[in-house]
Design a protein. Sequence first.
Length: 86
Amino acid sequence: MFETKAGLAWTVLAAAQHPITQFAGAADHHVSEAFYFTDPEGNGVELYVDRPRSSWRYAGGQVVVTTDPLDPNNFIRENLVEPSAE
C-alpha cells in the first residue's frame, strides 16, 4: 500500500518501464485505486493507494467495493508530481 497517489504514480511508471515486469491491469475499487503487475515467475503483484475512509460507501453494514476501469495513463498524468511536492 502507498501513502500517496504521487508515490503510487512514480512506482507504477517505474514498474511499467522495467523490462522484467508485465502490466496486468488496473482497477478503481472506490475504496482504493490499484495496479497489477506480474513478476518474471508469473506472481501477481498489486500496487494500490486507499482513498480516505471518510469517502467509503456502506450498504448493509458492509463496505461497497467495486471493480471499475482505471486508466493508468490518466492516473500517472494526474498524480505524477515531484517527490518534494507531495
